[in-house]
Every structure is written in structure tokens, then in C-alpha cells.
Unconditional design. Structure first.
Length: 94
């Protein structure tokens, strides 16, 4: 009978990784506290440390995209005003 692999929720992984990063307890102590194998503690810590820069850069990318979107909306507004003005001047307004 094949052994079913246990999966853990992301929130638990984050808690374990934070505890491991703090360095206040050993991996074995953290593993015992959270009921996970010690090798997972090390893996999740490593994964968290590798992905931390991406977390902060993703926020910057999101902000830049939002700024770009706002700029486009402003440009659309200006162009609409210009179009309405030109329609009115040319007598095409209906």
C-alpha cells in the first residue's frame, strides 16, 4: 500500500519558518512544538529566506503597475475632454 504524503498549510509553514529564522530554538525543538519533521523546519526556513526579496519586490512591482494604471486613466480623461471639445467645435456633437 503506497504511503500518502502529508501536506501542511502555508500558515503553518510560515510560522515554523519564522521560528527557525528567529533562532531562539533548535530545529528539533521547533519540529516537536509544531509536530513536523526536523528536516522540514530547515527546508521551510531556507525557502522563506530565498523568497523574502521577491516578497518585497513584488510589492514594488504592484505599486508601479498601479501608478501606470492611474497615469493611463488620467490620459484617457484628458483625451476625452479634448475629443468632446473638438466635436463641439466641429459641430459633430450629437
Amino acid at each position: 500500500m503506497p504511503r500518502v504524503r502529508k501536506s501542511y498549510p502555508a500558515s503553518l509553514k510560515a510560522k515554523v519558518a519564522v521560528e527557525a529564522i528567529k533562532g531562539m530554538k533548535t530545529a528539533a525543538q521547533i519540529a516537536q512544538t509544531f509536530g513536523v519533521p526536523p528536516n522540514l523546519v530547515a527546508n521551510w526556513k531556507k525557502q522563506a529566506l530565498e523568497q523574502l526579496p521577491e516578497v518585497f519586490s513584488a510589492g514594488q512591482a504592484k505599486q508601479q503597475a498601479e501608478d501606470g494604471k492611474n497615469e493611463l486613466y488620467q490620459q484617457i480623461g484628458r483625451l476625452k475632454v479634448e475629443l468632446d471639445f473638438l466635436k463641439k467645435k466641429s459641430g459633430l456633437a450629437g
